[in-house]
Design a protein around this ligand. Structure first.
Ligand code: NCD
Length: 331
């Protein structure tokens, strides 16, 4: 099923989002969040999708994305079931991945999925599109490939942070770390095609640079980007610095060994050079690349970013199930 600006079904890839849809989702996020602040509103939200069930199929480690989706479902009254360990599912009896997904789909109304493998959410969505009772598939992280819902919450955080300064348009955004294997920075960069005059700065060692398909996409869409391995050369120009960790879990040999953490780290020293109104983001979990001393700096946005994530996911579920108009009755 194809997503159109006013209808959302599968969520697989950041490229499926247009600017009107991004703006709508950001506004919806703020709306549900404010409805939930009052006890009455929170109670009403709980009835909104109480006839729905969700399956969280998370076979790759996850803390915040799992909890964020799980709680987003509960905010809306959606009941959840989960598989986090494929060794206790029928896949160990030799059931194929597709048969497992088809089985889940017969019990629930949406499948939210995080996998080690790339393309598994897309494969599941293609399967759904062939069966009689398809349910939406939400990609909550597909290997090294994409993490579209993280990118949406990152967009929301950027838009809110720059609310009084014209939003994301015209900003300089630095993305730093393991850009080759990190899906969060890649998914966020793909979304930049929807914003005007954004300049991206990729800060990574040579061996961990953004890969060519993304760079081609940016060039094809007229988005300016600059690559460097030297944070201090660019830090004072940035409006946002998106820090990411080294993705050691994808090492097949000893790729991570040569990574010089000291050069791709943000601590108090680097914060002195960052603009007074710039922000620091991180998808978390963090490693040595983000010093906890930065946490108390008002420009540190990552805890707020994490909180924003749950509300963006609430908004997404509202939009997927097409109940956004019912919110009008709540306030
Ligand atoms: C990220 C992920 O899983 O890709 N975490 C998250 O979902 N917030 C980032 C990471 O693990 O580095």
């Amino acid at each position: 099923m194809i997503s159109s600006p006013d209808r959302l079904f599968h969520i697989l890839d950041p490229r499926q989002f247009s600017r009107p849809l991004l703006d709508e989702l950001c506004a919806l996020t703020t709306r549900v969040r404010s409805i939930a602040k009052a006890r009455e509103g929170a109670r009403a939200l709980q009835t909104l999708l109480s006839n729905k069930r969700a399956m969280l199929y998370f076979t790759q480690p996850s803390t915040r994305t799992f909890l964020s989706f799980n709680n987003a479902c509960h905010v809306l009254g959606i009941r959840t079931s989960e598989i986090r360990d494929p060794s206790i599912s029928s896949e160990v009896k030799g059931e194929s991945f597709e048969d497992s997904i088809r089985t889940f789909s017969s019990y629930v109304d949406v499948i939210i999925m995080r996998t080690w493998g790339e393309g598994m959410a897309a494969q599941s969505a293609a399967l759904m599109d062939r069966i009689r009772r398809p349910v939406p598939i939400i990609n909550a992280g597909s290997g090294k490939d994409q993490h579209p819902t993280q990118a949406l919450l990152d967009i929301y955080t950027l838009e809110r942070s720059f609310e009084s300064r014209g939003g994301i348009d015209g900003k300089v955004i630095g993305l730093m770390g393991d850009l080759k294997r990190g899906r969060t920075a890649r998914s966020l960069a793909y979304l930049m095609k929807s914003y005007s005059d954004v300049r991206l700065v990729f800060i990574a060692p040579e061996a961990f640079r953004m890969e060519s398909p993304l760079k081609k996409h940016l060039s094809d869409n007229g988005i300016e980007f600059y690559e460097t391995a030297n944070l201090s050369e660019v830090i004072s120009e940035l409006d946002a610095l998106y820090v990411t960790r080294l993705q050691v879990e994808y090492d097949t040999a000893e790729e991570s060994k040569g990574y010089d953490h000291a050069r791709f780290t943000v601590g108090l020293e680097q914060m002195k050079k960052l603009k007074a109104d710039a922000i620091v983001m991180h998808p978390l979990p963090r490693g040595p690349e983000l010093d906890p001393e930065v946490d108390s700096d008002p420009r540190a946005m990552y805890w707020r970013q994490e909180r924003n994530g749950m509300w963006m996911r609430v908004a997404l579920l509202v939009k997927i199930f097409g109940v956004e108009n019912a919110l009008g009755e709540f306030c």
